[in-house]
Design a binder for this molecule. Sequence first.
Ligand SMILES: [Zn+2]
Length: 152
Amino acid sequence: MLLKWLDVLRMARIANLNPDRKVTKTDDEWQAQLSPEQYYVTRQHGTERPFSSEMCSLFEPGLYACVCCDTLLFDASEKFESGTGWPSFTQPIKENAIAYIEDTSYGMSRVETVCNTCDAHLGHVFPDGPPPSGLRYCMNAVALKKVKGGAS
Ligand SMILES: [Zn+2]
C-alpha cells in the first residue's frame, strides 16, 4: 500500500498502525547506548543542522534503519534529493514502520514522525514530495543508520 498525505493525517489524528514489535528502554539506557547527538535528536526531539551529514547526498542502494532499535525504516530507492540539507524519502519501507504525531510547536502545524517500534524522533513529514505518494519524509541523518544490502 502506498501511503499518501490523507493516510498520514488520519494516523496522526486518530490512530497509528500497530508495530511488529515494541522496544522500551529507560532514559539512562538510551543515553548509554547512543552518542550525545543521537540521544539529543532521537530522545529529546532535537534537530540536527542542515547539510551536517554526507548521508544527504548518498543514493546507493541499501536500507536505512532506526539508530536506536535497528528497525528497518526506509529503502534507498525511495530516497530523493530535496535540497533541504536533510535526507529525504518519499515512502517508508512498511506502512507500520513509522508513527505520526500532530506537532503544533513553534506556531506551526506539522506532522512529526517517530519510529513506531521505539518512539525515536526521526523528523517530520510534509505533503510536498514527489509523485506518486506526494510525501516528503524530512529525516535527521543521525536518527538513521545505513544497513548493507539491497531490497530485502
Ligand atoms: Zn526505533
